[in-house]
Design a protein around this ligand. Structure first.
Ligand SMILES: O=C(O)c1cc(=O)[nH]c(=O)n1[C@@H]1O[C@H](COP(=O)(O)O)[C@@H](O)[C@H]1O
Length: 234
């Protein structure tokens, strides 16, 4: 059981620092990592990362950078200094952009590589299915597209990827056990998929080999987030 707690990342998708910290305090004995995404970062500002660290928890800073290599290099340097455990960029920004993102974190933590945040590439968003990809003229299936972006991320030197639980097993088989896979798109039986399309149940995602699973609304939008989390662990 303990082993499962360590694999759960709770997505704090709210614009209020107060609400985010309340959830952290409520759940921190059961999970060790909280995700700060675009809404919370924009609403509460960069200091939210330090606030969560002060609660004794690690942070996945999910800002999904996607820009020209030089801009991402500069942004990743700033993000890396905030104290996150995990950071991400979009793989579709290309190989060079990912290489420069890696270079940025290495430069910031040159003298203390132990403290360097792990840097991940978002492959194909879990809200997209084969039809959505076709509409964007991507003829590959989500699975094929995820795999080819994940290979490129590994070649660019990143630590792992964000992908749906459906692709975890194959990424691990092809790219090795040490290449991290963080899987959002996780839905316990009691929760609706909402805007997510490539989803799996939490235990199935972990058994497929995900290093971490990301769960947001099924827990944070529940009347009692702790009860919802316990239900998932049960
Ligand atoms: O990078 C992410 O974390 C991410 C990638 C992805 O492909 N899909 C995805 O849902 N996420 C994030 O994971 C969280 C999922 O939240 P729920 O759908 O509420 O469980 C959200 O904060 C998303 O921003």
């Amino acid at each position: 059981m303990e082993e499962y707690f360590k694999k759960v990342i709770i997505a704090l998708d709210t614009n209020e620092e107060k609400k985010a910290i309340e959830i952290v305090r409520l759940l921190k004995n059961r999970v060790g990592i909280f995700k700060v995404g675009l809404e919370l970062f924009t609403g509460a500002g960069p200091s939210i990362v330090r606030r969560i660290n002060e609660e004794g928890c690690r942070v996945f800073l999910d800002l999904k950078f996607h820009d020209i290599p030089n801009t991402v290099y500069g942004a990743v340097k700033q993000a890396a200094r905030l104290g996150a455990f995990l950071l991400n960029v979009h793989a579709s920004g290309g190989r060079k952009m990912m290489e420069w993102a890696k270079k940025a974190v290495e430069e910031v933590f040159e003298s203390d590589s132990e403290k360097r945040p792990k840097i991940l590439a978002v492959t194909v968003l879990t809200s997209l299915d084969v039809e959505d990809l076709r509409e964007m003229n991507v003829e590959k299936s989500p699975r094929q597209q995820v795999l080819s972006l994940a290979k490129m991320a590994k070649e660019a030197g990143l630590d792992g990827v964000v992908a749906s639980p459906e692709e975890v097993r194959e990424i691990k088989e092809v790219l090795g056990r040490d290449f991290l896979v963080v899987a959002p798109g996780v839905r316990p039986a009691f929760a609706a998929a909402l805007d997510q399309k490539r989803v799996m149940k939490p235990l199935d995602a972990i058994q497929a080999g995900a290093d971490y699973i990301v769960i947001g609304r099924p827990v944070t939008a529940a009347e009692d987030p702790l009860v919802a989390l316990e239900k998932i662990f049960d």
